[in-house]
Design a protein. Structure first.
Length: 268
């Protein structure tokens, strides 16, 4: 089965679709006969993305949402399901990063990062799963990070939120695979996006600084291609990125070396 066959006639919901990986996923998926629901906080940016896609306008819906507003997300999921009548693939892609030392980070910032990166995806997943189960098919794709596999300086809450995602989505697969529900964890390395610009500092406000690693990271086009291909192959884990992805395997097979490398990492 090729990508076109796998994705044709699928209804796909992407959060964080106004930039970065989410935007690129929308662009590449729009090459086929799919229906897309694009979500993020910035409606004007979603309109821009929509205008760049290779789909008829009636096959692309815009649904603005704020992942930090957990009380609104169940209703947003109900709205998403009504748009095209179903959701076959959910990309829980939206999120926020962090750049602050443990002792400098306010607990409110820790909680906010967990709310956006972890709980928002949990809420949306639980909201769309009953429909997926009724349809006998559902793919839930969680965009984590290589930092979801190991701790890293200045990312304590970010790493914790990405570790938590693994526990949740792997359990979803274990409990509901016989209902046609499958999950995929995507753990990119450093990719060329503006995620570091919006990364929270100690006070929970964006730092507005572009990291060297992000600026010269793996192109999002390559990252999205790896995700799209991996999902079609039913991969449980996808690791797009450069040499930094090797840390995942070093942590698995040489954990002592992984600890040393993490301690010596540049604080960016």
């Amino acid at each position: 089965m090729n990508n076109q066959t796998f994705y044709t006639n699928k209804t796909i919901w992407i959060t964080g679709a106004s930039s970065g990986i989410g935007e690129e996923l929308a662009k590449q998926l729009s090459k086929w006969n799919v229906k897309l629901i694009l979500s993020s906080r910035r409606k004007e940016e979603l309109e821009r993305v929509k205008s760049s896609l290779s789909l008829k306008p009636e096959n692309v819906a815009i649904l603005p949402l704020d992942l930090a507003d957990s009380n609104s997300l169940e209703e947003k999921a109900r709205e998403a399901l009504k748009i095209f009548g179903r959701i076959d693939i959910l990309f829980n892609n939206g999120g926020v990063s962090q750049r602050s030392l443990v002792m400098e980070t306010r607990i409110e910032t820790d909680r906010k990062i967990m709310e956006i990166n972890y709980f928002s995806g949990v809420i949306l997943t639980k909201a769309v799963m009953p429909s997926m189960i009724n349809n006998g098919f559902g793919r839930i794709v969680a965009i984590s990070s290589v930092t979801g596999k190991f701790g890293f300086p200045l990312r304590s809450a970010y790493a914790a939120s990405k570790h938590a995602m693994y526990g949740f989505y792997e359990t979803v697969e274990a409990e509901y695979y016989d209902k046609g529900i499958h999950t995929t964890m995507v753990c990119p390395g450093r990719k060329s996006t503006n995620i570091s610009m919006g990364a929270f500092g100690p006070d929970g406000k964006p730092q507005n600084i572009m990291d060297h690693g992000q600026e010269y990271g793996t192109p999002v086009s390559s990252c999205a291609k790896d995700i799209i291909n991996g999902l079609r192959k039913n991969k449980r884990d996808i690791f797009p990125g450069g040499k930094e992805v090797l840390m995942v395997y070093i942590k698995r097979f040489l954990p002592w070396l992984a600890y040393i490398l993490a301690k010596r990492a540049k604080r960016v």
